[in-house]
Write a protein that binds this ligand. Sequence first.
Ligand code: 7TS
Length: 421
Amino acid sequence: MSAAAAVPIRGKAANRSFDVERIRKDFPILQTKVHGHPLVYLDNAATSQKPRAVIDALVRYYEGENANIHRGVHYLSQIATEEFEKARETVRAFVNAARASEIIFTRGTTEALNLVAQTYGKTNVGAGDEVLITAMEHHSNIVPWQMLCAEKGAKLRVAPMNDEGELLLAKYEKLLGPKTKLVAVGHVSNALGTINPLKQMIAAAHAKGAVVVVDGAQAVPHLKVDVQDLDADFYAFSGHKMYGPTGIGVLYGKQALLEAMPPYQGGGDMISSVTFEKTTYNKVPHKFEAGTPDMAGVAGLMAAIDYMNGIGIEKIAAHEHELLEYATEVIGAIEGVRLIGTAREKAGVLSFVLDEVHPHDIGTILDQQGIAVRTGHHCAQPVMERFSIPATVRASFAMYNTKGEIDALALGIRKVREVFA
Ligand code: 7TS
């Protein structure tokens, strides 16, 4: 019996109606063999795999619905427009926004955050003002604010975390002041898995008059997100990390904020009228959707949300929580392993280092056994610096992962130790 199998399963009561083997059959790529081994895909924080329903939606769109939206009176254009706006409503319901017009389609989280920096940020952050982020942000939620601050003469401030990778809430609250115009915070850390106490953080920021932008890229695949309950001003996420296609993402913004903001890019669809003297802009959300959007991507995103809803986000969350607890036990028990990110509230991610072995070597040896993990700084270099390490190995989970795959990972890590012994 392997050490892994000897570890008792703790945590939440068994998720009985959740049939992982049935779910796995919906994801064609999971049948792949890698170097003669069954694929063990544990790089879901980078991008998740896609169920047949999403792949079919893309094909269906191109085979039966493709036309440019919002501009044709002909049959296909109307069908495509209806699908596009139906998808907006699907996203609205998914994050419980008050209105579909508060949902803007973007290329992904990165574009959504840059949109806020370049529009709301440029009009509301000035010289001497402050933008507050946290020590665990992805580069996408650092660099746009750095660029904004450099342009405006504003200051970027950083709320610290403890050795477990938890935000120091009291220090965060202390950093909020009359100069804080904007707070940008990740809901879930991609490098550590920490779930931030968002509701409290947002309430504290609002009490000081700051607007809060949430990077939800690593939250929407794993947690039920309710933007109204959170009272988030902006909330960004990517389709490809939640079983949807690449190239499509979402920015949620409160209607009043969106209406007061200048447009992001100029072009078709975002205008109401154009003369050489003056252009008037379309209403929200179209004001922020210049040019032909990724209509197929939107159809795929809708299919991904329908798929997740069909299984139930609470069931997905419970299954992944069980996996994370199991992996924490099993991987954490391996001699030489040091877990990076041990917050009490975590989702989806197990990061670790092993003895003196470089994570890239670990990743390469695991790959030879068919196991896909990410190694490196995970676009969160300040997090690596905080823990005085160059990189970690990161296993990240999705609804289709199994305890057997975690056992395979544990076996793989033991093999790495033998190789480097
Ligand atoms: N924010 C977080 C927290 C992320 O994890 C990522 C991508 C992004 C923003 C950017 O998302 P994009 O879809 O616009 O690229 N994170 C990762 C990762 O952890 N490994 O590869 C990409």
